[in-house]
Design a protein around this ligand. Structure first.
Ligand code: SAM
Length: 298
């Protein structure tokens, strides 16, 4: 279970979720006709070693890894590839509209500053905890990856007041910004999520954009099953214990009420639009429970 001020590195607690979604992206990229290709996702997993590199080693026994062994794993790979595609499209559209300041909250192993074709002069601020940002920087430097934008690390805890740290690193609230909040809200208490929305709004000039991934609250009986310790597979339900599964503000409503024009896209509809069939009952994250919100400040 979580506690105020708990901390992690790339292989522990919430930090390891960045590796988990990177692994899903790396595996999805190997499928025929992938929805998105993040060439650095596999590089991170190989550098992390252990169960993460095994996923990409031919002949390694990964039969008990949830990303490959279950219907959940296959669906989760599609989900991650779809969300990568959705948010890649969002950022490409935002810079196409002239925005040159991008802020990625909980950047984790997001490699967009190394792989999206950003126009000259684009600055990408990446916010996450220091050990996570360091791992990414070191692995990609070792790999010889080249930046496609100016990348600026801002090492913070997003439960604290992070606005000052962002501004001290050169962020200018007078210029329009494209914000990205992907894979974060699940891991925040409801009040910290509201503070994030308030800060994004306060730091956004007119014409700023935001894109957010959110999940419905998991019904209490399902969540209590998910977090029950399992004697046969200790650690199986560890992920669920990292969540703050409590009622939270719905992002499209929140931003609509604060003078943003907001749209909500259900993941299930987006997958259907892309022609992807998924099993709605396959495991912990059901496609019906996730949605993407994008909004523009008036
Ligand atoms: C599931 S990963 C998502 C990473 C990335 N956005 C992506 O989609 O690949 C969750 C990330 O949120 C970060 N995170 C969660 N809570 C945080 C907090 N309170 N402060 C800073 N980072 C946080 C973790 O360190 C981790 O990198």
């Amino acid at each position: 279970m979580r506690s105020d001020g708990d901390s992690w590195d790339i292989k522990t607690s919430v930090g390891a979720t960045a590796l988990f979604v990177a692994a899903a992206r790396g595996l999805a990229a190997r499928q025929p006709d992938p929805l998105a290709v993040d060439p650095f996702a596999e590089v991170f997993c190989r550098a992390a070693g252990e169960q993460w590199s095994a996923l990409f080693e031919p002949g390694a026994d990964t039969s008990d890894h949830p990303l490959v062994s279950t219907a959940f794993g296959r669906n989760f790979q599609e989900f991650q590839a779809a969300r990568t595609r959705f948010f890649d499209t969002y950022l490409t559209r935002a810079v196409g509209a002239g925005v040159r300041q991008v802020v990625i909250l909980a950047a984790g192993l997001d490699s967009r500053a190394y792989r999206l074709p950003f126009p000259a002069g684009t600055v990408v601020y990446e916010l996450d905890r220091a050990p996570v940002l360091e791992f990414k920087r070191e692995v990609l430097a070792e790999h010889g990856a080249e930046l496609t934008a100016q990348r600026c690390e801002v090492a913070v805890d997003l439960r604290d007041d992070w606005a000052k740290a962002l501004q001290q690193n050169g962020f200018d609230a007078a210029n329009p910004t494209a914000w990205l909040i992907e894979g974060l809200l699940l891991y925040l208490p409801a009040d910290a999520q509201d503070r994030i929305f308030e800060t994004v709004d306060a730091l956004s000039a007119s014409g700023s954009q935001v894109a957010i991934e959110q999940m419905d609250t998991i019904p209490a009986d399902v969540y209590s099953q998910m977090t029950k310790p399992s004697a046969e597979a200790p650690g199986r339900n560890q992920w669920a214990t990292l969540l703050y599964n409590e009622p939270k503000s719905e992002a499209s409503e929140w931003f609509s009420q604060h003078h943003w024009a907001a749209n909500r896209t259900e993941l299930a509809d987006y997958l259907a639009e892309l022609g992807v069939a998924v099993d709605p009952d396959a495991g912990q994250i059901r496609p019906t429970a996730a949605s993407f919100v994008d909004a523009i400040k008036r």
